[in-house]
Design a binder for this molecule. Structure first.
Ligand code: SF4
Ligand code: SF4
Length: 280
């Protein structure tokens, strides 16, 4: 059976907050019986945008990560609250706004922190994939509709087909170690979860120091190659998708006609290594 999934491209999100605002517009002051009670004006972010800066000048990038309820296939929130939380046939997880009244323990059941406590209503609440709109014939939730860059795409496909697509397109879920089988997949998630190593390579060209294009920068860890990149016309290289845990790396810079350079680097965050000179 088909289920609702989201595919979010981290590289396309530019933090305009339209998705966050559309969720507010839909829910603040609006009750949808059977789906969700009104969201409080302040304090809740059913869709929120995380932010991460990497690197040092001049090689810096910022990634934005839209996060919300993952509509997990194996959702721990559905296992507590004595029937107050249920998963629909289309995969959308609903916290019943009547049955969940007073059940604060539902908030802590979500390992993603996607459930918010409405103090005034004494109610756990979260993003409902705009199920109330989909049931009226909408083809996508409002966050996908308002995203100006196309960073959010909604798909209604089987979990098996989504899995195949995730493998083919290298899509990832947040914190897979939680084991909840999220139905939100991310493209370019490494921008948020991994480090890069970059630098600018110069060398002697006709008696002058020039940026060197086409230098191979190979990064190794414990003897295994973990990343590679080539310098561009400005002599810059950026090796992506390095683990975010602290580690020791060896970087070799190689270009025909120059002596290969070897550098050891301790990496606990994304780093720009500065100008690196190759000798003839
Ligand atoms: S609407 Fe799109 S681009 Fe804007 S913050 Fe949300 S995901 Fe990012
Ligand atoms: S993200 Fe949290 S609230 Fe949403 S379905 Fe999964 S466990 Fe439940």
């Amino acid at each position: 059976m088909s289920k609702w999934h989201l595919i979010i491209d981290v590289a396309l999100c530019h933090n305009c907050s339209n998705c966050f605002i559309a969720c507010k517009d839909e829910h603040v002051g609006n009750d949808y019986p059977g789906y969700a009670a009104s969201q409080p004006l302040h304090g809740h972010s059913w869709i929120e945008i995380g932010q991460r800066e990497r690197g040092q000048a001049p090689m810096v990038d910022t990634a934005y990560l839209p996060k919300t309820c993952n509509q997990c296939a194996d959702a721990p929130c559905t296992k507590i609250g004595e029937g107050a939380v249920h998963q629909r046939d289309d995969g959308i997880v609903i916290i019943d706004p009547v049955k969940a009244k007073g059940k604060k323990e539902i908030v802590a059941s979500c390992p993603y922190g996607a459930i918010w406590w409405n103090e005034e209503e004494q109610l756990p609440q979260k993003w409902i994939f705009d199920a109330h709109l989909l049931d009226r014939g909408w083809k996508e939730p409002r966050c996908a509709q308002v995203c100006p860059t196309g960073a959010i795409k909604a798909e209604k496909i089987s979990d098996a087909d989504m899995q195949k697509r995730a493998e083919a397109e290298n899509l990832k879920v947040l914190s897979p170690e939680f084991g909840t089988a999220p139905r939100i997949h991310y493209r370019n998630l490494h921008r948020f979860t991994h480090n890069f190593l970059g630098g600018t390579v110069i060398g002697d060209v006709d008696g002058r120091n020039e940026c060197l294009e086409g230098v191979t920068a190979e990064v190794r860890q414990k003897g295994s190659v973990v990343g590679e990149a080539r310098t561009d016309a400005f002599g810059e290289f950026k090796v992506e998708k390095l683990p975010s845990e602290e580690g020791e790396y060896q970087v070799s810079l190689a270009l025909e006609g120059y002596v290969t350079s070897e550098i050891s680097v301790t990496l606990d965050q994304s780093r720009y290594l500065g100008e690196l000179k190759l000798a003839r």
